[in-house]
Design a protein around this ligand. Structure first.
Ligand SMILES: NC(=O)c1ccc[n+]([C@@H]2O[C@H](COP(=O)([O-])OP(=O)(O)OC[C@H]3O[C@@H](n4cnc5c(N)ncnc54)[C@H](O)[C@@H]3O)[C@@H](O)[C@H]2O)c1
Length: 447
């Protein structure tokens, strides 16, 4: 494959974007802290009882044309996105608790944010999950499907999707994986083509984890699939082929929320200023169910791989050996129940400057995991739907902005720099709407 150069308005015709008519179903495999916080936030915002802070589809703007034109609409006024009022929610989980109980148990939101929408939340009851114990050792599932093979599981999930669409009267649906982080698996022979994958499903191949069953079912039903966890899910050649054949957008992996968000803000700054980096040690304490799952070494490994790639890609030690050749990067996550969802992340950053003199930066981020992740679920749902209505399919690299470990075409490297990701996202929106791309090049010097 060769990389197509970015189009400008003059050399590439923008697609016709179909309007966002009717309801949009948002399907969430995994109804835990993130999913319930996301749903609650949408319901509260609809009623004017909360602000969707952190969501660029709701609060972000986009500059169009020259700076002198003063055209800076809201993104939601510029591209035709589904409205919050048109969203309807569905979920699967391996526990039967409805969204109200989950929101209360997760301890993310205060009762003043739960009580006004309690009825609506209680009506969101998860469908039974497709689950194999070896994928998440720490959870003892009580609400699961049974099937003779993984292919049978896929069929049941497909039935669920069709039933959900019919019962809710939705025209379109998108899925955002908000389920647990699974054990670490690498693509095997089974993941290399559609035929091999389908055979492996029928044979219960152990290298196919639960999240890939949802992803495969969504693709078959032409439901765009975004992956909020670092699981393999749709990041392998068979899924790329199916997404292309059936014209379905896919994106992933792993929401970029706390420490990694900070890394992709700071590291591009060091590199831009040609400041060196000797080491970056990140650790955090986290006490929610996600933290419990990640306490298992096989599951932590999946997260670790997702978090570690960032600095390598942003800082390019091979290209800048004097600045980053000796860089030592370590990431830890400690399960510490008293903290619940209110994670605390510490970063110790050893940088160096002129003549190699060392300096240190310390960050203590007292964050809230699900509060940071919820707006990403919304933005991904709306942008994935926009992509499908614009006939964009396969890996949606322009959505890398939202991910710790962006999925990329196999012959390209991922872009981790938050600011390049943002530029790519906004230029994609400009291109979709037939606006000039913005290069930030000014030629006033020649007037
Ligand atoms: N909150 C963040 O900042 C953040 C950032 C990046 C990634 N993530 C990822 O997002 C995911 C959700 O996070 P969370 O805090 O809501 O976790 P959570 O543990 O509260 O929720 C995950 C839910 O998924 C369910 N689940 C597990 N396997 C399933 C299956 N096969 N089918 C259906 N349901 C299944 C679990 O029962 C649980 O209810 C995790 O994978 C987490 O690593 C979160």
């Amino acid at each position: 494959m060769t990389e197509r150069s970015a189009p400008t308005r003059s050399d590439s015709k923008s697609p016709t974007v179909k309007p966002a008519t009717g309801k949009l179903g948002v399907l969430l495999p995994g109804l835990g802290a993130v999913a319930s916080t996301f749903i609650a936030g949408c319901l509260l915002t609809r009623r004017g009882l909360g602000e969707p802070v952190g969501s660029i589809t709701q609060l972000g703007t986009i500059r169009l044309g020259k700076r002198t034109e003063g055209r800076v609409p809201r993104i939601s006024d510029f591209v035709p996105l589904a409205k919050l009022d048109d969203l309807t929610f569905g979920a699967w989980d391996i526990f039967p608790a409805d969204a109200l109980s989950v929101a209360r148990e997760s301890g993310v939101l205060e009762e003043r944010h739960i009580a006004p929408i309690a009825d609506e939340l209680s009506r969101i009851v998860p469908m039974a999950g497709a689950f194999y114990q070896e994928d998440v050792k720490r959870l003892r599932a009580t609400h699961v499907k049974t099937a003779a093979s993984k292919a049978g599981m896929v069929e049941q999930i497909r039935d669920d999707i069709r039933r959900f669409k019919q019962e809710q009267g939705v025209e379109r649906a998108v899925a955002v994986w908000c389920g647990s982080t699974e054990r670490y698996v690498e693509p095997t022979e089974a993941h290399q083509s559609i035929q091999k994958f389908e055979k492996a499903l029928a044979e219960n191949d152990p290298s196919i984890t639960s999240s890939a069953l949802y992803a495969w079912a969504c693709l078959q039903e032409r439901v765009p699939f975004a992956n909020g966890a670092p699981n393999l899910s749709v990041d392998f050649p068979a899924a790329f082929a199916l997404a292309r054949d059936l014209a379905v957008p896919i994106a992933g992996k792993d929401f970029k929320t706390g420490q990694t968000l900070m890394k992709t803000i700071l590291a591009p700054g060091f590199k831009t200023r040609a400041l060196g980096l000797r080491g970056w040690f990140s650790t955090n304490i986290l006490g929610n169910r996600d933290g419990e799952v990640l306490d298992e070494p096989e599951n932590f490994r999946t997260k670790e791989v997702s978090k570690l790639g960032v600095l390598e890609h942003v800082l390019e030690p091979k290209r800048y050996p004097k600045l980053y050749g000796e860089m030592y990067h370590k990431v830890r996550i400690e399960y510490y129940p008293p903290r619940g969802d209110a994670k605390e992340g510490w970063d110790n950053i050893d940088i160096f400057g002129w003549l190699g003199y060392p300096m240190q930066i310390k960050i203590d981020f007292l964050c809230r995991d699900s509060i940071l992740a919820a707006p990403l679920v919304l933005d991904l749902a709306l942008f994935m739907d926009l992509a499908q209505r614009s006939d964009m399919h396969g890996i949606q690299e322009w959505l890398s902005f939202f991910f710790k470990s962006p999925m990329t075409r196999p012959d390209l490297y991922p872009e981790h720099d938050l600011f390049i990701q943002s530029m790519k996202l906004k230029n994609t929106l400009r291109w979709l709407m037939g606006e000039e791309l913005i290069t930030h090049l000014g030629l006033d010097y020649y007037d």
